[in-house]
Write a new protein. Sequence first.
Length: 295
Amino acid sequence: MPVAERKRGCLVSERLESRYVKLKSAVLWDENPKDHDIGAMIQAFLRYGFRDAPIFDETKGCIVAGNGRLIALKTMRDDGLGPPRGVVVEGDEWTIPVQFGIDAKTPEEAEAFGIDHNNITLLGGNVSVDAIMGIWNEKQLKSVLDRVKNKGDMPISFDWEDYEAMRAEGDGAQPGLVPSGSPTLEEGQGLTALSTVLQPPRHQVKRGETYLLNNRHLLVVMCPVESVSEWKRFLSSDTTPIDLFCPYPGPYVPLSEEAKIKSLLLVQPDTFIAGHILDSYEAVYGKTSVAKAET
């Protein structure tokens, strides 16, 4: 693409263009230091559609802004959710809009842009450097900034004092901040780590409770194996006819394409996950979509 062209006597700089590409062919930035809330992104896509095209940089050879959005879309696709508005299905492939053009002069400049693209939107609200650091994996961010610094051009959103302060901190967490990187886990510590990373659900549920989702699906908070005699009666209920039995469902099962045409019996013994199922459903369909059922 030419750097500039003449049009009606005026000099026109490089142009941006948006075109649809296959989701599976989109190349992610492997060392992207940004942390993401994939669950919140999925809820937003289901509610608002996919309205913010990721940005591809030819110099870097990958997506430099929008990596989390692509991960969220791939999660939706792999979990059996239907494509949100803005995503076009061609055959069996999801295709997504991607922005092309105005590529960086160097790979390091592309990385600086990726950092500034996230940070500058926060600076207008007088957000502190410590607060901004909360959205980044600190160790990976330092690695990227080291490369960018060696080329002599720091991101606009970080000055030299910020950088030197980060280097002085070493690899430890900054005072007052929870480490943003994934913890190193010993065998058997996975569930413990999850409790420190995931926020508690807004819906606090108890074992034995039953919830109606849009008067279409039933969520029963009990064990699918040990409590068969208690939940199996719902399979023959006249009030809420059931098409599919779903043991141990995740938060997005009732938001799937299948759930739009069939009624589900969701049997989940984990109160934490059950609460997130209700949170996710309510976020998409509204507060009146979730109600505790009389049993």
